[in-house]
Design a protein around this ligand. Structure first.
Ligand code: NAD
Length: 435
C-alpha cells in the first residue's frame, strides 16, 4: 500500500497505527496541514498530544437505592490561546480516544474562529435516556464535583454536547457555585456556557450551531454552484444541531427530504416540515412515526438524492460503504468527525467536497464565547447583536478557509486546519516555550 498509514510525529510519540482511532485520524489531518505550513517539529509534537487527560470514576445513588459507578473524562488539549473550552457529552459509548479527538478539534475550531479560547472535551459513559431526571441530576453533580478545580471560569469552561443540554449546564454551574467560597460564588456561573436564559444563558445559544452552519453554507455554496434558497438536504440526527439546522434552512427555502435518527429514517419527496418534525420528536423522542413522511430503511436514507448531506449525530457514520451509495453534491459536517478517512477519500474521488466540522459547527462555541463574555461583563445582548456577531465570525472563518484552500490548493479540511494552525504557530513563536 502506497499510502502513509501513520504520521511520523505520531510514530515518534509511540502511537501504533489503529485505523479505528478517531484521535489518530484527527491528528493525522492536523499534522498534514502542519507539514504544508512547515510548522516547526516541536510544535507538531506538542499538538499531537493533549496537555491533560483526566479520567474519573464516581458513584451515584440510583432511584432503586442501588449504587452505580460511572466513568467520566475531561481532556484538555491546548490552552495557548485562552482557557480550555469544549462540550460535555453523555453517551453509552463515550471513550478516551473519542474525547481526545474532540478536544483537539476544539483547539482548531477556536483558533480558526480567532476566539481567545483553547480546546477541551469531556463526557460520561451513560445513556441519558436510560436513567431518570433525578438520577441525571445526581450524576451531573457528582461528575462536576469529581472534576473539582480542573474546571473553572478562567481555566476550563464546559458546554452542552451530545446527550446534554441547558438543564445539565444549570446543574453543573449550581454545583460549582455551591463548592466555591461564598464571595466568589456569583462569578462561578460562567464556569459553563449553554445555560438556560434565566440563569445566565445567552439568547441564540440553542440555535447557534445550526445558525452558524447556515451562515457557512451561505458563504460557500455559491462557489459550488448552489443556492441556499433552493437546495434539498438530508440530515442524520434531529437533536439540537440537526433540528435547528433543518428548521433554519427550511425557513430560508431549502427542502428537507430525509432524516435518520436513533429511532429510524423517514423521507418525503415533497419535503418534510422541520418545525412539525421538531414538535413530533419532542413528544415521542424520535423521528419514527412522523405522519408527514414515509418510513424508509437506513440504506435508502443514504441513497436519497439531495444537494447537501448533513451528518448531525455521531462520529464515523459516513464510512466507505455509505459514501459509495450517497447521492449528494456536498457534505456539510454538522457533527464532529462524522466522516471516516476512507469515506472522505471516496467522496473526494467522486468530486463531492466535504465541508469540515471545524468550520461548519463552530457557531456553537462562538455563541458560547459570547455567553461567557456577557457573564463576565454583566451584560445581556439582544438577539440581533448575537446574530450579527455570529454572522461576522462565521463569514470571516469561511473566508479564511477559502483563502487557505486557494493558497495551498488543498481540500477544505486541510485548509481549515491550515487557517487554524497559522494563528497557533504565530502565538507559539511570540510566547516561546517556557523556560
Ligand atoms: P443531541 O443529543 O441533541 O442529538 C443527537 C442526535 O443524534 C439525536 O437526534 C439522535 O437521535 C441522533 N443519533 C444518536 N445515535 C444515532 C444513531 N446511531 N443513528 C442515527 N442518529 C443517531 O446532540 P447535538 O447537540 O445535536 O450534537 C450532535 C453532534 O453535533 C455531535 O457530534 C456534537 O458533538 C456536535 N456539536 C454539537 C454542538 C451543540 O451546540 N450542541 C456544537 C458543535 C458540535
Amino acid at each position: 500500500m502506497s499510502e502513509v498509514l501513520i504520521n511520523n510525529v505520531l510514530e515518534e510519540l509511540g502511537f501504533r497505527y489503529d485505523p479505528n482511532s478517531v484521535y489518530q485520524q484527527t491528528i493525522n489531518s492536523v499534522l498534514h496541514a502542519a507539514a504544508l505550513l512547515e510548522l516547526p517539529h516541536h510544535l507538531q509534537l506538542i499538538l499531537a498530544q493533549p496537555k491533560n487527560e483526566i479520567m474519573v470514576h464516581f458513584p451515584v445513588k440510583m432511584d432503586s437505592g442501588r449504587y452505580r459507578l460511572f466513568k467520566g473524562y475531561r481532556v484538555q488539549h491546548n490552552n495557548l490561546l485562552g482557557p480550555f473550552k469544549g462540550g460535555i457529552r453523555y453517551h453509552a459509548s463515550v471513550n478516551l480516544d473519542e474525547i481526545k479527538a474532540l478536544a483537539a478539534i476544539m483547539t482548531m475550531k477556536c483558533s480558526l474562529l480567532r476566539l481567545p479560547l483553547g480546546g477541551a472535551k469531556g463526557g460520561v459513559q451513560v445513556d441519558p435516556r436510560s436513567i431518570s431526571q433525578d438520577e441525571l441530576m445526581r450524576l451531573t453533580r457528582r461528575f462536576t464535583t469529581a472534576l473539582g478545580d480542573n474546571i473553572g471560569p478562567d481555566y476550563d469552561i464546559p458546554a452542552p454536547d451530545l446527550g446534554t443540554n441547558a438543564q445539565t449546564m444549570a446543574w453543573m454551574a449550581d454545583t460549582y457555585m455551591m463548592m466555591s467560597m461564598p464571595s466568589h460564588s456569583a462569578r462561578g456561573q460562567s464556569v459553563v456556557t449553554g445555560k438556560p436564559l434565566e440563569f445566565g444563558g445567552s439568547v441564540g445559544r440553542d440555535k447557534a450551531t445550526g445558525q452558524g452552519l447556515v451562515f457557512v453554507l451561505e458563504e460557500i455554496l455559491p462557489e459550488l454552484g448552489l443556492k441556499l434558497e433552493t437546495i434539498s438536504i438530508s440530515l442524520i440526527g434531529f437533536g439540537n444541531v440537526g433540528s435547528w439546522t433543518g428548521r433554519l434552512l427550511c425557513q430560508r427555502g431549502a427542502k428537507l427530504r430525509a432524516v435518520l435518527d436513533h429511532t429510524g429514517a423517514i423521507r418525503s419527496d415533497s419535503g418534510i416540515d422541520a418545525a412539525a418534525l421538531t414538535a413530533h420528536v419532542e413528544k415521542t423522542g424520535g423521528v419514527t412515526g412522523f405522519p408527514g413522511a414515509d418510513a424508509i430503511n437506513e440504506d435508502d436514507f443514504y441513497r436519497t438524492k439531495v444537494d447537501v448531506f448533513i451528518p448531525a449525530a455521531l462520529e464515523q457514520m459516513v464510512d466507505l460503504e455509505r459514501a459509495k451509495i450517497m447521492d449528494c453534491k456536498v457534505v456539510a459536517e454538522a457533527a464532529n468527525a462524522p466522516t471516516t478517512p476512507p469515506g472522505e477519500r471516496h467522496l473526494q474521488d467522486r468530486g463531492i467536497p466535504v465541508l469540515p466540522a471545524v468550520l461548519c459547527n463552530a457557531g456553537g462555541v462562538t455563541v458560547s464565547y459570547f455567553e461567557w463574555k456577557q457573564n463576565r461583563q454583566a451584560e445581556t445582548w439582544d438577539a440581533e447583536t448575537v446574530d450579527a456577531q455570529l454572522k461576522k465570525h462565521m463569514f470571516a472563518a469561511a473566508a479564511r478557509v477559502k483563502l487557505a484552500k486557494h493558497r495551498f490548493d488543498c481540500d477544505m479540511r486541510t485548509a481549515a486546519y491550515v487557517a487554524a494552525l497559522e494563528s497557533i504557530g504565530r502565538v507559539y513563536r511570540l510566547r516561546g516555550i517556557f523556560p
